[in-house]
Design a protein around this ligand. Structure first.
Ligand SMILES: Cc1cc2nc3c(=O)[nH]c(=O)nc-3n(C[C@H](O)[C@H](O)[C@H](O)COP(=O)(O)OP(=O)(O)OC[C@H]3O[C@@H](n4cnc5c(N)ncnc54)[C@H](O)[C@@H]3O)c2cc1C
Length: 562
C-alpha cells in the first residue's frame, strides 16, 4: 500500500526530528514525521502512570541546552504554549557533613555561598563567570553549528585573548576532576563542576570532561536549568503544535522498517504495517547510527567507509532510572539555603570518579553517582501541594562483569544485595534499593514517604525509545574519539550527509551529540535545504538559475502532500 508523497519524511519525533521537521516546514516543504511510539517526543516525554496528580518525565527533565541553543530559541516555542519554570536554585550537591554546593542563577548568590565556604572563592567564581561571558556564547555557537564550525571557531579565537589565551584553552582541555584546582580553593564548586561532567560518559580524569563540566555549569549560571511547566512532554507538544501550524504532520504508532532507495538516492520509507510513503526531496533519520545503517538501509546502499566505521562505533554505558512519588518534600537532614532542581549525589569527587571507573570497567557501581531531580521544587504543577515528584538515574555497564559491592573491585559493601547485571525485575529492584539508600543517608525518612516507585532498567528504556540502545542515553559515547569530526564515524566529517543522496542523519548520534539543543536536527535540515537548492539550480538553464537564486535563498516552496 502506498501512502502520500511529501517533500520530506522524518523518521522519529525526538527533539532533533521535530526541529528538522519545523525548519523544513519553515522553508515551505511538506513534512511528515513518522514515530514508532504511541506519543511524540522521543526522550522528551512525561507520564502520569505513577500516582494520582503526579507527572513524571520518563527520560530527560531539565533543559539548559534548549535555553542556550540558537536553534531552539529561534523556534519561539513560548508562542506555541510552552512555559518554562525555574527552581529556586539551579543545582545542588549535598555532602555527608550536611554542607551543600549550590549553583544559583544569580551569580552574586553563588559567589556569596562559595565565599562563606572558602574565603577567596567568591571573587574567583565571579572572575570565572566573566571569562565565560567573554567566550561562552562563541563556544556554544561553535559547538552547535555544522562541522567545521568556521564562524563559531573564528569567534572563539578572537575572544581567547580576553580570557588568558592558551592558558584558558589548557583549562578547557583539563580533566573535570582537577580543572579548577588552581582557581578555587574550596571543595564545593569544584565538585559541582565535576558532577556536571558526569552528565555524559567521558571519564572524569580524561581530557574533554572538564569542558563539558564547565559548559553545563556556566549554562546553569547564565540561563538556568529550567523545566517545562506541566512536564517534559509539554516541550515536545509545543514543537508539534508549531509544526502543525505550518501544515506539517506527525503520525505516531508508525515504525519505519526500511529506507527505500533508487539508484543511490533515498526515495521513501516503508512502515512495519507495510505502508509506504514517498519523499520528493529528503529523508531525515532521527534514529541511532546502527539502526540506520544496519537495519533501515539495504547493506548495498551503505558506503564502505561508513560500514568500516560502524564496526568500531562505541555506545555509551547503560542506565537505570528510578522515579518516586513522595508524600512530602525530600526530608534532608540538613536542608540547603536555596532548594535546587537538579541534584548530584556522591560523597566526594573521588567517589564520583570511582563509580564512573567501575562502570567503565564493567562493574555495577557500589556507590552509584546519581543525577537526580526535585521536580515539584522546579515546577509546582508536577504533583499535589506538599508532595514531591523525584527522579534519579545512574549509569551501569552495557556488559556486566561483576558487582563492585561484592568487594571484588572496591572492597566496600553496599545495601540491597548483589546485582548480577541481567536487569530483570529482581536486579532492577535491588539496584533501585541501592540508589534509594543514597537518598536515605542524606535524608533519613525518605523511604517512609514513598507512595509509588517506578524502576526503568536498560530494557525498559529501550522499549520506550529504540534510540536508547541497551539503555544508553547519549546515542554513542561522548568521549573525544567519537565527537566532532569523528561523529558518528570517521570519514563523515561530523556532517549530516550519509553517503546516500537525499538521506540525512539528524539524531543525537550525529555531531554534536546528546542534549536537547536541536543541533543535529538543524544540521540535517540545513543540509537537505542546501542540496535541494543546488539540485534546483543545476536543473535550470544558467541564465534562469541566476535570476531565481535570490528567491530560492529565502526557501524552496515544495507544495503540500500529494
Ligand atoms: C534518561 C535520560 C535523561 C536525559 N536527561 C536529559 C536532560 O535532563 N537534559 C537534556 O538536555 N538531555 C537529556 N537527555 C538526552 C536527550 O534527551 C537526548 O539527547 C535527546 O532526546 C536526543 O534527541 P533525538 O531527537 O536525537 O532522539 P530521541 O529523543 O531519542 O528520539 C528518537 C525518536 O525516534 C523514534 N524512532 C526510533 N526509531 C524509529 C523508527 N524506526 N521508526 C519511527 N520512529 C523511530 C523513537 O521512538 C524516538 O521517539 C536525557 C536522555 C535520557 C534517555
Amino acid at each position: 500500500m502506498t501512502g502520500a508523497t511529501y517533500d520530506a519524511l522524518v523518521i522519529g519525533s525526538g527533539p532533533n526530528g521535530l526541529v528538522a521537521a519545523n525548519l523544513l516546514a519553515d522553508a515551505g516543504w511538506s513534512v511528515l514525521v513518522l514515530e514508532a511510539q504511541p506519543d511524540a517526543g522521543g526522550a522528551v516525554r512525561s507520564s502520569h502512570e505513577l500516582a494520582d496528580g503526579f507527572v513524571h518525565d520518563t527520560f530527560s527533565a531539565f533543559y539548559p541546552f534548549a535555553r542556550a541553543s540558537p536553534v531552539m530559541l529561534g523556534l519561539d516555542l513560548e508562542r506555541h504554549g510552552l512555559t518554562w519554570s525555574h527552581p529556586p536554585a539551579v543545582q545542588g550537591h549535598p555532602f555527608p557533613d550536611g554542607s551543600w554546593a549550590l549553583l544559583h542563577r544569580d551569580r552574586g548568590i553563588t559567589a556569596d555561598l562559595a565565599e562563606r565556604a572558602h574565603p577567596g572563592d567568591g571573587e574567583a567564581w565571579l572572575r570565572l563567570c566573566a571569562d565565560w561571558d567573554a567566550i561562552g556564547p562563541a563556544l556554544i555557537d561553535a559547538l552547535l553549528t555544522p562541522f567545521p564550525p568556521v564562524r563559531g571557531g573564528l569567534g572563539v579565537l578572537t575572544r581567547l585573548r580576553h580570557v588568558g589565551g592558551v592558558d584558558f584553552v589548557r583549562t578547557l582541555l583539563s580533566p573535570a576532576l582537577t580543572m579548577l584546582d588552581g582557581r578555587l580553593g574550596g571543595e564545593a564548586l569544584r565538585t559541582l563542576v565535576a558532577g556536571n561532567a558526569g552528565h555524559a560518559d567521558i571519564p572524569l580524569d580524561a581530557a574533554g570532561s572538564g569542558m563539558l563540566g564547565l559548559l553545563l555549569t556556566m549554562m546553569g549560571q547564565t540561563v538556568g536549568f529550567p523545566a517545562p511547566q506541566g512536564g517534559a512532554g509539554e516541550l515536545s507538544a509545543a514543537m508539534v503544535r508549531r509544526l502543525e501550524s505550518l501544515g506539517g504532520e506527525v503520525r505516531c504508532d508508525a515504525e519505519v522498517v526500511a529506507v527505500e532507495t533508487d539508484r543511490g538516492r533515498a526515495t521513501g520509507v516503508r512502515l512495519r504495517s507495510g505502508e509506504r510513503y514517498a519523499a520528493r526531496r529528503a529523508v531525515v533519520a532521527d534514529v541511532g547510527v546502527e539502526a540506520l545503517y544496519r537495519h533501515l538501509l539495504d547493506p548495498s546502499d551503505v558506503p564502505a567507509r561508513v560500514a568500516r566505521g560502524l564496526d568500531r562505533f562505541e555506545m555509551d554505558p547503560a542506565t537505570v532510572k528510578v522515579d518516586w512519588a513522595l508524600d512530602g518534600p525530600i526530608p534532608w537532614a540538613s536542608a540547603p539555603e536555596h532548594a535546587p532542581g537538579t541534584l548530584h549525589l556522591a560523597a566526594s569527587r573521588a567517589e564520583m570518579a570511582e563509580a564512573t571507573a567501575q562502570v567503565a570497567s564493567g562493574y555495577v557501581p557500589a556507590h552509584p553517582f546519581m543525577l537526580a531531580g526535585q521536580m515539584t521544587t522546579a515546577d509546582p504543577t508536577r504533583s499535589p501541594a506538599g508532595t514531591e515528584a523525584v527522579w534519579a538515574y545512574t549509569h551501569v555497564p552495557q556488559q556486566t562483569r561483576g558487582d563492585a559491592a561484592d568487594g571484588a573491585a572496591s572492597g566496600s559493601g553496599s545495601t540491597g544485595g548483589t546485582v548480577g547485571g541481567d536487569w530483570g525485575p529482581d536486579d532492577r529492584e535491588r539496584f533501585a534499593d541501592r540508589m534509594q539508600a543514597r537518598f536515605e543517608e542524606l535524608a533519613p525518612g525518605f523511604g517512609s514517604l514513598v507512595r509509588a516507585r517506578r524502576v526503568l532498567g536498560p530494557r525498559e528504556l529501550e522499549q520506550r525509545n529504540a534510540n536508547l540502545v541497551g539503555g544508553a542515553v547519549g546515542a554513542g559515547t561522548s568521549q573525544l574519539h567519537q565527537m566532532l569530526l569523528f561523529r558518528p564515524v570517521p570519514g563523515q566529517w561530523g556532517r549530516a550527509e550519509t553517503g546516500v543522496a537525499g538521506l540525512y542523519l539528524g539524531s543525537a548520534a550525529a555531531h554534536p551529540g546528546g542534549g536537547v539543543h536541536g543541533a543535529p536536527g538543524s544540521n540535517a535540515a540545513r543540509a537537505a535545504l542546501a542540496h535541494a537548492r543546488v539540485s534546483t539550480l543545476t536543473a535550470l538553464p544558467r541564465s534562469v538559475g541566476r535570476s531565481v537564486r535570490g528567491t530560492l535563498g529565502r526557501g524552496t516552496a515544495g507544495g503540500g502532500a500529494s
